[in-house]
Design a protein around this ligand. Structure first.
Ligand SMILES: Cc1cc2nc3c(=O)[nH]c(=O)nc-3n(C[C@H](O)[C@H](O)[C@H](O)COP(=O)(O)OP(=O)(O)OC[C@H]3O[C@@H](n4cnc5c(N)ncnc54)[C@H](O)[C@@H]3O)c2cc1C
Length: 446
């Protein structure tokens, strides 16, 4: 991540901000072993040291499996430590879309998994005593148009009736109790969702995995994976930037950073940039006015904004301001766009300084669904589409169980995992500007 200072190109009070992630200033994440030679062989090699990889490594090592986490940078370097810290119920696709696509039984299973994923995070935080400000503060989705509010009402009815999970509809007239903004047409509250500090969560997961015997290797980029047997046992030879090792099983946990080492997965995942700004620390009364119940908040657009207060009372405001994966230039441009967006929601913040701006890369599958299972003899889990804090934790655990048992029983097993229409994608997302424009148009029309 670049760590530069940049000037907001704006006439009003915004000053100089740091191009670095606020959460990373609050945590010390184990860097992983960067110089010790890799072991000759392990039972399981996990590629990627984010939430997915660390969650799986913790379960595998606890069960006595020899597991090596191979991370190209440092554990948590990817999206896992730089996200909004929202631990959300539901999937990126709404429940009406899920029902239309998968039917009642499968949708019920997937929705239950999304609820179980929140409990899974809570349980790990408690079990491993992770100091990450985990709080069941609930989430608030706000409607940008009256029609979106009608959609909330329908979806809450379906979720209550079909899946026995209660959400609360908040009409526009009552919205002030939830948010200090006048621009929305109503809201939906789900008390089951939670918030946390993601960098401290990742740090806790990494330490927990190490404590039970997982080995974390930083600065170890996997370059190639080939099938190779070892003393008669089927497995894989893994070439990395600092030597090779053999593993019986390989679990790919690279999400938005999936690359050439796993070409079949790379062709199925679109990397999309998401960006966040964080203000200076706000006076207590102002923070309470903006978010009286301290919820995780996001709006109903495709090109959405998501925002929350940090535990030390900054406004953290994120969105897909640019679709491209992060670079110093896209971070600077996005910071300006996000500040404008934040002031539309909260004009009260006009004179407040932006202190941090950063970006990260999300992982979207072509059907906007998470996928976990086995492909080309490799285990994998990715495609969380912005809902990865809870789901990556949960599917990391589920995939560890699959590797242990040899049976793939995760709730997403068997869902078709599409490639680009007409095979027009080799991992380089040339179509992102068009997709971005399409979603902006959709937001304007619907
Ligand atoms: C700005 C932003 C905000 C977000 N906000 C939220 C939110 O509020 N709530 C939510 O639920 N989700 C959110 N997400 C999504 C969430 O952060 C991700 O879904 C989740 O962190 C994915 O975790 P992961 O471990 O699968 O992948 P990552 O954390 O991205 O980790 C993948 C790792 O793989 C490594 N890697 C890649 N290739 C190789 C290789 N060849 N060899 C070795 N290592 C490799 C990378 O270096 C990286 O560290 C957000 C994402 C972003 C970017």
């Amino acid at each position: 991540m670049p760590n530069l200072s940049a000037q907001m190109n704006s006439p009003s009070q915004s000053g100089v901000f740091r191009e670095s992630c606020f959460w990373l200033d609050t945590a010390s994440i184990p860097a992983g072993d960067r110089s010790r030679p890799l072991p000759g062989s392990v039972d399981v090699a996990v590629i990627g040291g984010g939430i997915t990889g660390l969650s799986s490594a913790r379960v595998l090592a606890k069960r006595g499996v020899r597991v090596a986490v191979l991370e190209a940078e440092t554990p948590g370097w990817g999206a896992s430590s730089r996200n909004g810290g929202m631990v959300l119920t539901g999937l990126k696709l709404g429940v009406e879309q899920l029902l239309a696509k998968y039917g009642r039984e499968t949708t019920a299973r997937l929705y239950a998994a999304s609820l179980a994923s929140i409990d899974c995070v809570e349980q790990i935080v408690a079990e491993e005593n992770i100091d990450c400000s985990f709080s069941r503060c609930g989430h608030l989705e706000v409607a940008c148009k009256p029609a979106h509010f009608q959609g909330f009402v329908r979806s809450a009815e379906i979720i209550a009736r079909e899946f026995n999970h209660r959400q609360r509809i908040v009409p526009k007239k009552d919205l002030r109790a939830e948010i200090g903004s006048a621009i929305y047409h109503g809201g939906l509250v789900d008390e089951k969702s939670a918030g946390l500090n993601p960098a401290r969560y990742v740090a806790g997961l990494a330490r927990a995995a190490e404590r039970v015997g997982a080995s974390l290797y930083g600065a170890t980029r996997v370059e190639k994976i080939e099938q190779e047997s070892n003393h008669g046992a089927a497995g894989h030879r893994i070439a990395t930037s600092r030597g090779s090792l053999w593993a019986r099983d390989v679990f790919v946990a690279t999400s938005g950073y999936t690359g050439r080492a796993t070409p079949s997965l790379q062709r199925r995942i679109i990397p999309i940039g998401s960006y966040i700004i964080a203000t200076e620390i706000l006076p207590e009364a102002l923070a309470r006015e903006l978010s009286p119940r301290d919820r995780m908040i996001y709006d109903s657009k495709n090109f959405l904004y998501y925002y929350r207060l940090t535990p030390d009372r900054r406004m953290l405001f994120g969105g897909r301001a640019a679709f491209f994966p992060e670079s110093p230039d896209s971070i600077r441009k996005s910071a300006r766009i996000l500040r404008e967006g934040m002031l539309q929601v909260y004009p009260q913040l006009r004179d407040v300084k932006i202190e941090y701006a950063w970006g990260g890369t999300l992982d979207f599958a072509f059907d906007i669904m998470p996928h976990a299972g086995r492909l080309d003899d490799l285990y994998f889990s990715l495609g969380y589409a912005g809902h990865g804090v809870a789901m990556a934790t949960y599917l990391g655990e589920k995939m560890a169980e699959s590797i242990l048992s040899g049976r793939d029983e995760n709730p997403f097993a068997g869902l078709p995992f599409p490639r680009a229409p007409l095979g027009l994608y080799n991992g380089s997302p040339w179509f992102l500007p068009f997709a971005g424009a399409w979603y902006k148009l959709k937001d304007w029309l619907t």
